[in-house]
Design a protein around this ligand. Structure first.
Ligand code: NAD
Length: 533
């Protein structure tokens, strides 16, 4: 019921009780209904408009299969219209001062804060994660908006006197129209990695949220309008491959931010680059935790269980792989016991630790990969398949699962599972663990659990992964830094948010100017004999 969250009133998005989602009313005109279910709108040139498409994607609550809404495959004409509105808006928006744009960002961060819980609740219904986790999703995105408020400092230029009366100065200009293409797993945080910085830097942007959970982005668009983002500066369109291909091919779009799977990312990176666009693409991951015998056992096992099974394992920084060094493999039954105690259920139930996975197909794929591990010789010491949640019997639930004695050639190790499954491998030494991780194609995140400073330092220096945690399970940097996944987890060389994020959405301009002081009309005529020195 996405559109029922979107009220035209100036009081932003209303929230009633956690379970009273249907109590929201809508004041949007001309709501087209298919089978009595509301449709998600395009947001073009400051208006929420019904798509004229005849192709609709069903959006279902992953805990119940209840049909929530239909997502349009935005038509080529509508995509053109969004681009045209972004192009026109970019011309004026570029001329505004960074101070004026900062003010809009300050208001946006305030409005998101005010509507934090309503956005999180919508995420639970569309994406499935727990309410607490959904609040974290919004919060980590909000931190990037806060960074966008500090743009005045970050956009400072540079200036150097290079000859007498001649100076060169550099400042960064917006690119014009840019686009963002998002995955399903962080419906608020990842759009917020993109559009606030792009807009604050003076661009206009076309956002394409995941077709599986666009609600948070629609709510954010409404808040952005309230905060003073002018019509056309932010547009939201929907769909899947056709919409993405339009974005890759449209000459007016100068840059694409993408987060999602390898398959889509490689396609977008190649096609976007071939069309001369700047592309930043964050891809899949296989994040390893290394457990050393000198680790604090209790806190390490808790951290690993939380990072492996939280968000049903659907985080790109989930710890999906555990490398047990030496005798720590003996700790695995205890880890399985902690995982067994996690409650699987509907995300709005405050007792729930693990919500459903996004789709029926995703559940089937995860279960198939668990079976493949078993078939290839791993031990399934905790099997989360077949979990049934009372009252939510149709939900896409998979309980925490643990495969031990996994080998690197097994499919469950080679593939990103993206579900609540921890695959555990055994090695003898820290060197072996580092070697194993460095041979994996991905480089998103990793963590070591140890009480040894020297071991931690060795790990930090020798590991070829972009985001390293030392006794920290999910080391996602806050926005003064950037999200620095590496190797197979990224295409392009400019990271999301932080200084690098701002550079992505801007291009440097250098100006060398000569204003001869001696040419000034106000200088006095010289009457002394010229000496020419
Ligand atoms: P996805 O690739 O299926 O979808 C992402 C976007 O790409 C969507 O908007 C979708 O419409 C579009 N898309 C999908 N297939 C496409 C195709 N063939 N051609 C063109 N466009 C296509 O990803 P997802 O399932 O929504 O998200 C999960 C994936 O995202 C995981 O692999 C996860 O690791 C990754 N992820 C990475 C990061 C990171 O920062 N590295 C963060 C979050 C998620």
């Amino acid at each position: 019921m996405l559109s029922s969250f979107l009220r035209a009133s100036s009081t932003s998005i209303q929230r009633t009780t956690p379970f009273a989602r249907r109590a929201f009313s809508t004041q949007f005109p001309a709501l087209q209904r298919i089978s009595g279910v509301e449709t998600v709108k395009n947001y073009i040139n400051g208006k929420f408009v019904e798509s004229k498409t005849d192709k609709w994607i069903e959006l279902r609550n992953p805990a119940t299969q209840e049909l929530i809404s239909y997502v349009p495959e935005t038509t080529p004409e509508e995509l053109k219209e969004a681009t045209e509105s972004a192009k026109v808006a970019a011309r004026e928006w570029k001329k505004t001062t960074v101070l004026a744009r900062q003010k809009v960002m300050l208001d946006l961060q305030y409005l998101i804060r005010q509507n934090h819980d309503a956005i999180a609740e919508n995420i639970v219904y569309e994406q499935g994660k727990t309410f607490a986790d959904a609040k974290g999703d919004v919060f980590r995105g909000l931190q990037v908006v806060e960074q966008a408020c500090a743009l005045t400092n970050m956009l400072m230029g540079e200036k150097l006197t290079v000859a007498k009366d001649m100076e060169t100065y550099m400042y960064r200009e917006p690119l014009g129209v840019v686009a963002g293409i998002c995955p399903f797993n962080f419906p608020a945080m990842i759009p917020l990695w993109m559009f606030p910085l792009a807009i604050a830097a003076g661009n206009s942007i076309i956002m394409k949220p995941s077709e599986r959970d666009p609600g948070a982005m629609m709510m954010l668009a409404k808040l952005a309008a309230e905060a003073g983002v002018p019509d056309g500066v932010l547009n939201v369109v929907h769909g899947a491959v056709d919409c993405v291909n339009f974005i890759c091919d449209e000459p007016e779009i100068k840059a694409i931010s993408f987060v999602g799977s390898d398959r889509a990312g490689e396609h977008i990176y190649t096609r976007g680059n071939a069309n001369g666009k700047r592309v930043q693409a964050n891809l899949g991951a296989k994040n390893h935790a290394v457990l050393l015998p000198d680790a604090n056992k209790q806190s390490a096992l808790n951290a690993i269980a939380g990072a492996a099974f939280g968000a049903a394992g659907q985080r790109c920084m989930a710890l999906s792989t555990l490398v047990c060094v030496g005798e720590t493999k003996e700790w695995l039954p205890e880890l399985a016991q902690r995982a067994r105690e996690l409650k699987v259920g509907f995300g709005m139930d405050p007792e729930t630790d693990v919500g459903p996975v996004i789709t029926v197909q995703s559940k089937e794929r995860i279960e198939r990969l668990i079976q493949s591990g078993k078939d290839e010789g791993a031990n399934l010491i905790l099997d989360g398949r077949g979990v049934v949640v009372k009252g939510y019997e149709k939900g896409n639930f998979v309980g925490p699962s643990l495969l031990t004695d996994v080998k690197t050639d097994m499919e469950c190790y080679r593939e990103e599972i993206f579900g609540p499954v921890l695959v555990c491998l055994n090695v003898d030494t820290l060197d072996d663990a580092i070697d194993l991780i460095n041979k994996n194609r991905y480089g998103n995140g990793t963590a070591v659990f140890t009480n040894s400073g020297p071991s931690a330092r060795k790990f930090e220096h020798e590991i070829d992964v972009g985001q390293v945690g030392i006794n920290v399970p999910i080391p996602v940097p806050v926005p003064p830094f950037s999200f620095t996944g590496s190797r197979g987890s990224i295409l392009g060389d400019m990271n999301f948010y932080g200084k690098s994020g701002l550079q992505f959405y801007t291009k440097p301009k250098t100006v060398t100017s000569l204003w001869k002081e001696s040419d000034s009309e106000h200088t006095k005529a010289s009457v002394s004999m010229p000496t020419h020195n």
